[in-house]
Design a protein around this ligand. Sequence first.
Ligand code: SF4
Length: 485
Amino acid sequence: MINPLAEAVQARRFCYVVELVASAMKREAQVLEIAASLATMPEIVAGSVTSYAGGRFGQDPLRVATAVRARGLAPNIHLTCVNDDRRKILSNLKVLNALQLFNVFALTGDYPAESQSKPVFDLDSVQLIALIARMRADSGIPFHVATAVSPFKYAREDCLYQYLKLEKKVAAGANLAITQVGWDARKFVELKRYLDERAIGVPVLGNVYVLGRRAAERMAKGLPPGCWASPALVETIRKESEAPDGGLEARLERAARTIAVLKGLGYAGAYIGGTHDADHIAHIIARAQELEPQWQECAGQLQFGQTGGFYLYESPRPVRRRLPVIALALDGAGRMMPVTRDTWLRRRLTSLSAWVDRRPVLRRLTERFEYAIKRPLFGYEACGNCVLGQMEYVCPQTCPKQMRNGPCGGTFLMRCEVIDQECIWVRVYQRAEAAERVNGLKTYIPAPDRSLQGTSSWINYFLGRDSRPGNDRSLSNTGGISSES
Ligand code: SF4
């Protein structure tokens, strides 16, 4: 079966994907009408069907995607970890295979807006990609996996971790990256240079969002999470919106210029959002072609970053930090009492753990003892699959989305998308940098075995029951990943 998106990307042909927001506000018939008109445009290789965009419920993306394909447009389905655990995700992937829908956009997803049910966040986006890649390898299903990256982060730790996490996603099996929205050519340059310098050949689509006044004003407040419009951009758009056409021409022109810049920089294509109007999209594409020779001039006009914000190749390196005492002490203890490799101590502790594990009272006491130590130090929640050692002694359960492989895309100037706290990954990055082990953060951390919640991770570790790097037991209770339903 032909997959226009995968083909265009492989052939290195600049291509277009248009976001189809299947929100509850939009009638499904409207989305399908749009898909039918986009299908007549050969440059457009896929319609990206959203799921849970902005943390709000929408139409069933599987149903919409099937109908989109029937209108002649290849769908790219957004698959998030918001409401589905790994079992449900596996079952959705099997349904996708049965329907021969192979393009997926694997995302952690936005935290649900208030008043909606409690989210699941059983997996993070890297674990989701690894799961799909494993199914692809084991069952030969030709899933084509897109992932998200945001270069538009203006705090050092946020930005560097985004890039590091993209490396993890590519290593886990992503075929394509799509950027978050942004109007800063220097950041598009930065991302491309980062990948080129490391010979990371993942093709990247740049996000080209046709930004109107209302959306710009929301983004100025960081809504939806991860989307940000600078005060200068908002002001420009306000002025443009006073024109007789309400600023339409200026909006389309900015989108066309962005595409010219992406082409000039060697991006694989453009991911167009913010408009569903086929005439507008055709206009943008045609105008971008005209602007191609002037792409550098266009880049000069696309300068809506944050004043004083972080730019990897321009900002000075910060003063080196010191490791906090707790991390120094734990590092020292780890060196003095090596238990991560086969030592006499590890063998003794393994025998002791097995002995304690056979005695329910002692087992429970050990768990309570572990809790009493770790809770005040790390905010520990007794998940039973401890990865503090791989996360610079920061507990993943203190992240509202329980991410184990890096920050979500919702960070804003080091603050958390969900609650009023610093994003936990800022501390992870700073500590790793202070200890000169940033490369260690590229280690893939599998999803925890949730059946171990409330048990002692010490016992689980020595008995090899927990899920951690080198002992991936994330699928041990799911019945496997065979493509058979
Ligand atoms: S702590 Fe960081 S990764 Fe976790 S939800 Fe908040 S912003 Fe996202």
